[in-house]
Design a protein around this ligand. Structure first.
Ligand SMILES: Cc1cc2nc3c(=O)[nH]c(=O)nc-3n(C[C@H](O)[C@H](O)[C@H](O)COP(=O)(O)O)c2cc1C
Length: 325
């Protein structure tokens, strides 16, 4: 399939694996890229520029296809070494960066000078337009369904994607709730040039996470996610578990007085315990409502091939058949 996104990134299929904390290691990114999509290493998970350089080198050993690096700009006091990470990406020869969180304006000149394409992840039309105005090459439009941070507007993709299509000139991919060929065709119909998936890619053979995480996603239904940290205006969609229910109780009890310190036990530093050790009640971990559509653990190649075959079948058989009638 050829779209503005496949052309821009030099990939076979218009499918991107979004950056994911403690999931986006070289094994994940390489598996997606080798299957014809765009794999993405999560920059902040690596910790330091040196470790990111090592991860980029490992990924290059595993694939000769394009892959990207995610740079998430967090509202944090002890900021990571962003200039060092930017330098590492450029010196590592990576040509695609997925930015997320705060506006990436400060890093744009460095990436532009180095010929790096930037796709910024946004949860609203106004942020997408801002990204376009500061020179981003594409945006990833993340609807309310998404795993991770859906923003504070709560606009689902059935509205958000056509709204983005009406306003944007640069290409965008649909993100949040995407799982299969139906998702891809629907995204294309609503004006996107591809789709971005997070949760779906965790439940694959190559995802470098504990089996318990994959099994939890397969076992979960679309009713099993919760929104946490809304009172802090840092809303995150996570899989429910004992820690999340405790967190929600604390949020309810504290009301408007809630501070980050009150929930630190449930949210800070929990990813290694969940993703690496498989301690599924250790804390809050991002997961999309799309868990309800995930029932197996295929390889990335099987998953992407199946998505493309189903998309083609829908376009050439189901939809074309309706038109003839
Ligand atoms: C476990 C997990 C961790 C994530 N970590 C990040 C992250 O560090 N940075 C980021 O930009 N997005 C992160 N995301 C969001 C994904 O990149 C993607 O936008 C989102 O998962 C799309 O929604 P979906 O899960 O419904 O496919 C994360 C998502 C998950 C499920």
């Amino acid at each position: 399939m050829k779209t503005r996104i496949t052309e821009m990134f030099g990939i076979k299929h218009p499918i991107i694996q979004g950056g994911m904390h403690y999931v986006g290691f070289a094994e994940m990114a390489a598996a997606v890229s080798n299957a014809g999509g765009l794999g993405i290493i999560t920059g902040l998970t690596q910790g330091t520029p040196e470790k990111l350089a090592n991860e980029i080198a490992r990924c290059k050993d595993m694939t000769d296809k394009p892959f990207g690096v995610n740079l998430t700009f967090l509202p944090t006091v002890n900021a990571p070494d962003y200039p060092g990470l930017v330098r590492t990406i450029i010196e590592g020869g990576v040509k695609i960066v997925e930015t997320a969180g705060n506006n990436p304006a400060q890093v744009m000149p460095f990436f532009k000078d180095a010929g790096v394409k930037v796709i910024h992840k946004c949860t609203s039309v106004r942020h997408s337009l801002k990204a376009q105005s500061i020179g981003c090459d594409a945006v990833s439009v993340d609807g309310f369904e998404c795993g991770g941070h859906p923003g504070e507007d709560d606009i689902p993709n059935m509205i958000l994607l056509p709204r983005a299509a009406d306003e944007l000139e640069i290409p965008f991919v649909a993100s949040g709730g995407m799982a299969d060929g139906r998702s891809l065709v629907a995204s294309l119909a609503m004006g996107a040039d591809g789709m971005n998936m997070g949760t779906r890619f965790i439940a694959t053979k190559e995802a470098p996470v504990h089996e318990n995480v994959k099994k939890a996603i397969v076992a979960a239904s679309e009713l099993d996610t919760r929104l946490v940290m809304r009172p802090l205006r840092n809303t995150e969609r996570v899989m429910t578990n004992d820690a999340v229910e405790e967190l929600l109780k604390i949020e309810k009890d504290k009301g408007d007085d809630l501070k980050f310190e009150d929930i630190i036990e449930q949210v800070a530093g929990v990813y290694p315990r969940i993703m690496t050790e498989g301690d599924m009640d250790a804390g809050a971990w991002s997961c999309g409502m799309v868990a309800g559509l995930i029932n197996d653990i295929p390889t990335c190649q099987e998953l992407i091939d199946r998505i493309m075959a189903q998309a083609e079948e829908i376009i050439t058989q189901r939809l074309a058949g309706m038109q003839k009638a």
